[in-house]
Design a protein around this ligand. Structure first.
Ligand SMILES: Cc1cc2nc3c(=O)[nH]c(=O)nc-3n(C[C@H](O)[C@H](O)[C@H](O)COP(=O)(O)OP(=O)(O)OC[C@H]3O[C@@H](n4cnc5c(N)ncnc54)[C@H](O)[C@@H]3O)c2cc1C
Length: 468
């Protein structure tokens, strides 16, 4: 199955499944993958297609649960932006992801699905979805293809430990006993939305094997605020299309400027633009929790302050008896107008003629710089993406292999990589999964069946790892 558009055509083969495989150290699987999200599924496909006997072990009953709820349940498979622009949206260790993305890029992801017969469409900001608008289309295509390629699935089987000896991986422990493998790919995801199965199980295993783990933190997550009109829910439920938010530290230093749709909630700010700001907020507060952070919202980014002033000053002559508040509702929702007027300390519920030009100017400034004091973000469990994870310094970016344990590979969000929402994280999962699966397979196929290594001694003291 090759495509003229993909630099890494997936070439299906269907090796016969071997019985009793993995039941003893002398008869290991070539590649064992932990986790059936996009990273694990893609790793299983590329490992199997490289010629390795591959098993994917998933703790849940269903595969791709987080993938199925991404992009509002329509599955945002990738983002079509050119790679340099794509990379600007990778926030966590972009350089580390470079090699994987070059070898299996966002274009390759699209070609992969098109070759599988899944029609895709590009929406705003380069986001790519299946034409069906159904996540199930994508998940089924991946799973069916992996299965037809010969990947073996073991569902409802939580891995509890990675088995290794002398810094060489030799399998995993499950509640039903060990499964032996020459190489293991950890694709267990982060720990946000844990009901999808990704609950941070791999961090203690990785620590035990000598990896550093960057403490997980929430990212792509709504922002919390203690500003009075937020806590009093005055704007709850109001959404604004295409606004700009500048995140400032101590009201001066600009941490980021992001644009997109915004939703005011009972706790703070949500919607795509708020999620885009959250990485910078989490990062600043992790460095120093005492920082005073502000979201400065430009509610009318397509109109300059002077254009707004010119409009209202003209209205002063043509509609002199109309209230300033009524005029502003031509541009902003009524409840938001009240908040803008409050920030400008202006009583707008009076004829505009009675309001000084100076105060009108202050009101225009408030429309362009509505100030929201930021307290933090919602917790990790509510975050779309996990920041932090297995330190990339302990992983070879060209192969995804651990630098601490031979034959152990990582893929996807379990690593300290993350990006904005919009298909970028899913692409990172596919790219790193593709690379990890292929490299694990190549290593396994080049390695003779273990002789003395990883013999089952009947005692787990021989094996390094930690139960979860
Ligand atoms: C609501 C929501 C919307 C999102 N929208 C977008 C979006 O629009 N664009 C975007 O790019 N990203 C989005 N994401 C993020 C994206 O879904 C993830 O980055 C991506 O799924 C990560 O893939 P993964 O394979 O690394 O991990 P996961 O998809 O989390 O998969 C990990 C798998 O490992 C399994 N597992 C965990 N522990 C064990 C164990 N001990 N034993 C066996 N199996 C185990 C889990 O059950 C799970 O199936 C969204 C996430 C959420 C929650």
């Amino acid at each position: 199955m090759s495509s003229p558009h993909t630099s890494n055509p997936i070439d299906p083969r269907n090796p016969p499944a071997r019985t009793h495989m993995g039941t003893s150290p002398q008869n290991p699987w070539d590649v064992l993958i932990i986790g059936g999200g996009p990273a694990g599924l893609m790793a299983s496909i590329s490992a199997q297609e490289t010629g390795a006997h591959t098993i994917l072990v998933e703790k849940g009953l269903r595969l791709g649960r987080k993938l199925a709820i991404s992009g509002g349940g329509r599955c945002n498979v990738t983002n079509a932006k050119p790679l340099p622009e794509f990379m600007e949206n990778v926030l966590g260790n972009p350089r580390f992801t470079f090699s994987a993305l070059h070898r299996f890029s966002n274009q390759d992801v699209q070609s992969f699905f098109e070759v599988l017969g899944i029609q895709l469409k590009e929406e705003d900001r380069g986001r790519v979805f299946p034409v069906s608008d159904k996540a199930a289309t994508v998940v089924h295509a991946l799973v069916d293809y992996a299965q037809s390629s010969g990947v073996t699935f073991l569902l409802e089987t939580p891995v509890t430990e990675i088995l290794s000896r002398k810094s060489q991986v030799c399998g995993v422990q499950t509640r039903d006993g060990p499964i032996w493998a020459r190489t293991v790919v950890v694709a267990t995801g982060g720990c946000s939305v844990p009901q999808t199965g990704s609950s941070g199980d791999a961090y203690p295993w990785a620590r035990q094997l000598g990896h550093r783990v960057v403490e997980p933190y929430p990212t792509e997550v709504p922002i919390t605020s203690d500003t009075r009109w937020i806590t009093e829910k005055l704007l709850q439920g109001i959404s604004l299309r295409d606004v700009t938010i500048q995140v400032r530290q101590d009201k001066k230093k600009v941490l980021t400027t992001e644009r997109g749709d915004l939703l005011f909630t009972h706790f703070g700010l949500s919607g795509p633009v708020a999620l885009r700001c959250s990485h910078y907020i989490s990062t600043a507060l992790r460095k120093d929790a005492s920082h005073s952070l502000w979201a400065i919202i430009d509610t009318l980014p397509n109109t300059s302050v002077s254009e707004l002033e010119a409009w209202l000053l003209a209205e002063k002559f043509t509609s002199s008896r109309r209230y300033l508040s009524t005029l502003l509702t031509q541009r902003l929702p009524e409840r938001l107008v009240d908040v803008v007027l409050e920030q400008a300390q202006c009583n707008g519920h009076q004829p505009i003629l009675q309001i000084s030009d100076r105060i009108i100017s202050t009101v225009c400034q408030a429309c362009k710089q509505l100030q929201v004091h930021i307290v933090g973000t919602l917790p990790l469990a509510k975050a779309t993406v996990t920041g932090g994870g297995i330190a990339t310094q302990d992983i070879n970016p060209r192969t995804m292999e651990s630098k601490r344990c031979e034959g152990l590979f990582f893929a996807g969000e379990v690593m300290d990589i993350h990006a904005h929402t919009g298909g970028y994280n899913i692409t990172l999962a596919f790219s790193t999964g593709h690379l990890a699966g292929q490299q694990a397979a190549l290593m396994a196929l080049a390695t003779p069946v273990p002789e003395n290594n990883c013999r089952d001694t009947g005692s787990d003291t021989q094996f390094r790892g930690l139960s979860t």
